[in-house]
Design a protein around this ligand. Structure first.
Ligand SMILES: [Zn+2]
Length: 251
């Protein structure tokens, strides 16, 4: 499938962005550009299609959000029924699944069918703060778009703290040392920022590491940080999430 501009479009994308990013806005901008019927640069912002997207009433845009805590199988089935139908006002239906990580594993497996056998030129956009929380089978079927945090959002305090933590960790720091470092982070959002900063450092170190043993250790640290992030996302208490993370890192 190709756009008027010649750029290739895919059937499924993951828009991944943590705090400080706005995956929904990014996905809407993308959908608007795809749907835009104006001449020249897209989205033009004033064709009928752009206006409809702006007003949230474009016939060929579908939004899926969680009901309660999760996105259930029935919701995915409804979405699939719509995707099997014809677009009303354009060439394709674009479905946006907000907080895609809220899909239950059953929902994800259900959706997988659509990703494996897309209908028409339809596009599915999965939005998430953390793509790691989606099944690998889903991820492998999607083009990944990682949204960058606006500069200045991640505060220097967390960067410094993450530096200290990563250094202590590399130096074989004791539990109480690491625990004391993160003890100042008590807010959930702040904990997310700290984990972002920490992961960034660990990934940098991983890229730089040559020795297999060191690499394996760093990958494990990253897994632990990811797990803590998932725990926080799932409502885990900040103190407990950090405690578990550090214990696992040191085990
Ligand atoms: Zn337009």
């Amino acid at each position: 499938m190709a756009t008027a501009g010649g750029g290739k479009l895919f059937h499924a994308y993951i828009f991944e962005g943590g705090r400080g990013t706005d995956p929904l806005r990014a996905a809407e901008a993308f959908a608007k550009a795809v749907h835009c019927t104006g001449a020249g640069e897209k989205p033009c912002g004033h064709c009928l299609s752009c206006i409809k997207v702006n007003h949230g009433n474009h016939e060929d845009m579908l939004y899926l959000a969680r009901e309660g805590n999760s996105i259930g199988v029935k919701q995915i089935e409804d979405l699939q029924a719509r995707l099997r139908g014809k677009p009303f006002a354009s060439d394709r239906i674009i479905a946006i699944v907000d907080e895609a990580e809220r899909m239950t594993p059953q929902s994800q497996n259900k959706l997988l069918k659509t990703l494996e056998e897309p209908s028409g030129d339809n596009i599915v956009l999965l939005l998430t703060a953390n793509a790691e929380m989606l099944l690998a089978t889903i991820r492998s079927r999607c083009v990944s778009v990682r949204l960058e945090t606006a500069p200045g959002v991640a505060s220097d305090a967390f960067a410094t703290l993450a530096d200290d933590f990563a250094l202590k960790l590399a130096a074989g720091g004791a539990y109480y040392e690491l625990s004391r470092l993160v003890g100042t982070v008590t807010e959930r959002d702040a904990a997310g920022d700290f984990l972002d900063a920490l992961e960034l450092r660990l990934r940098d170190a991983l890229l730089a590491a040559r020795a297999g043993e060191r690499r394996a250790e760093l990958s494990r640290f990253i897994d632990c940080a990811e797990e803590a992030r998932r725990g926080l996302g799932g409502g885990l208490n900040v103190k407990y999430a950090f405690k578990t993370m550090i214990l696992k890192m040191l085990s």
